[in-house]
Write a protein that binds this ligand. Structure first.
Ligand code: ZN
Length: 507
């Protein structure tokens, strides 16, 4: 890999001064930016990062258990001379990789966790698990951590080659699917020195946007304690902790009617007894309570009241209420999103082959979606809808209140597939997905170069952020003493890891 830049006839290619924006439509290729695009445009480099992404897809490690996935990214960054802080913010699979010195400091985010129960063979248009019940990459996070690392390395090489000062940082962020790492990373001050942060997410198109999106969340485990008894011969002696859980769920389901329409409320029962003939003395339910930043705490308080009422009604005790994570909505910076959009338009979508489109259409047919193949046209800059509609969340929201942040969506996934579903797992693997990853890395790297080499642009982005922050000062939703749940998913990974590794050579 070393020396790729040095092979290029750079003096022939570049006529603009470094940092000068001559770009109008299609020509913003000053030297530092040209360098990142040339590096990532090399087919061997693209393949190297594609293989890393496929490895992470095969590991399919759940949040907090991403030991192999974080290690492969760390090794790749270390080999490029990045300084790595491992196990940061109290999480063994969380890390920060830095290269360079001083300001400006630009951050790139990356995720690598999978989802439970979504094991699926790659590039087949029917549901077909590799290991039934095992995890799978149902959100494309294998592509995302890798795209961020590829971009960080491209930026570092360009900074080195062009003697550009400043710092490029990659934030290895575990357990995004359970919205865990960023509030703890923010609490530990990891983002306090960065001037701007570029986030990324796998998608079917190349797109970005700005404004407030998604919902804030409290992720909370409620545990009830009762008393065991023979469920048939002496039930009056028992107090069912499961009754506590069920009554709480009944109460929250009635509560929905009277919550503001932006809310989302969902749960899974994580413990509910072992046999019907024993009154369960322990039961737990895991809730995501979602609403807008300004409504979250009130909504959560009412859910806690439901738990208290359920304990009283069932004669049990609400034993523990453990906040696993708590996050804000995402507040994306307009100036940064516009900068990303200019690079989207500069770089454009990959060209898809006939075979690739044929696969996309077969998957779309299976799902009953429009059989249109891969995206052929980039999206315009997404503007705030103006209407709060609630919905899903990302813990990137936390970072967006600490530093100017925006998200690049990059392609690789088939349009019309379903998120957190086998159809995502099957399509975010292999050479077509690599093309999307590579395109995403180019846009991220080109944007980082803009931020590092154009002080006026960065200043404008920061000024927008400072103005916004005055009205949206950051205050964590985490209660004092909250800790990242390191044991989350451990049992599940222990159960499936070996079987998954035995199968992964098939791909
Ligand atoms: Zn995701």
């Amino acid at each position: 890999m070393a020396g790729i830049f040095f092979c290029l006839p750079l003096t022939m290619i570049f006529s603009q001064k470094k940092g000068e924006n001559d770009y109008q439509g299609k020509a913003d290729l000053y030297k530092a930016k040209k360098n990142v695009l040339e590096f990532l445009g090399d087919s061997m480099i693209a393949k190297k990062f594609g293989i890393i992404s496929d490895s992470i897809w095969n590991f399919a490690e759940l949040g907090m258990q991403e030991f192999k996935s974080s290690a492969i990214l760390i090794r790749t960054l270390e080999a490029e001379g990045f300084n790595i802080e491992k196990g940061v913010a109290g999480m063994p699979t969380c890390f920060v990789a830095s290269w360079g010195n001083g300001k400006p400091a630009i951050g790139i985010l990356g995720e690598y966790d999978a989802l439970p129960m979504l094991s699926q063979k790659a590039l087949v248009a029917v549901q077909d698990p590799i290991v039934p019940g095992a995890p799978g990459h149902g959100c494309g996070h294998n592509l995302m951590g890798t795209a961020g690392v590829a971009a960080a390395i491209a930026v570092k090489r360009s900074m080195e080659l062009n003697n550009i000062g400043g710092t490029i940082k990659f934030f290895g962020s575990p357990a995004e699917e359970t919205l865990i790492s960023r509030p703890y990373m923010v609490r530990d001050g990891l983002f306090k020195d960065v001037d701007a942060v570029i986030d990324n997410h796998a998608s079917s198109n190349l797109a970005t946007g700005y404004g407030v999106s998604g919902n804030a969340v409290m992720s909370v485990l409620f545990s009830f304690k009762g008393r065991t008894a023979h469920a048939a011969s002496e039930p009056w002696s028992g107090r069912s902790a499961l009754d506590g859980v069920e009554l709480m769920n009944v109460a929250t389901n009635y509560l929905r009617e009277h919550l503001y329409y932006t809310h989302r409320l969902h749960y899974v029962i994580t413990e509910g007894g072992k046999a019907p003939n024993i009154v369960p003395d322990k039961a737990s339910v895991w809730y995501y309570v979602r609403n807008t930043d300004d409504r979250l705490e009130e909504t959560y308080k009412r859910v806690v009241d439901c738990a208290r009422g359920a304990a009283l009604a069932s004669g049990t005790v609400l034993d523990t209420v453990i906040v696993l994570s708590a996050i804000h909505q995402k507040h994306s910076n307009k100036g940064l999103a516009e900068t990303i959009q200019r690079n989207i338009e500069l770089i454009g979508l990959p060209e898809w082959t006939e075979d690739e489109n044929a696969f996309a259409k077969s998957l779309q047919k299976e799902l009953g979606a429009e059989e249109a193949g891969y995206m052929a046209k980039i999206s315009p800059l997404r503007q705030p809808s103006g209407v709060e509609i609630g919905g899903a969340s990302t813990d990137v929201g936390e970072v967006s209140l600490i530093a100017p942040t925006a998200t690049l969506n990059f392609p690789g996934a088939v349009p019309g597939i379903i998120g957190h579903h086998w159809s995502t797992v099957t399509s975010v693997y292999g050479k077509t997905a690599w093309k999307g990853l590579n395109t995403g890395a180019k846009v991220i790297a080109a944007t980082a170069i803009d931020l590092i080499t154009k002080p006026k642009l960065l200043e404008e982005i920061k000024t927008e952020f400072t103005g916004y922050s005055k009205n949206h000062p950051y205050k964590t939703f985490l209660p004092e003493g909250a800790k990242p749940p390191l044991d989350l998913n451990r049992e599940l990974m222990d159960k499936y890891r070996n079987a998954m590794m035995n199968q992964s050579s098939e791909f």
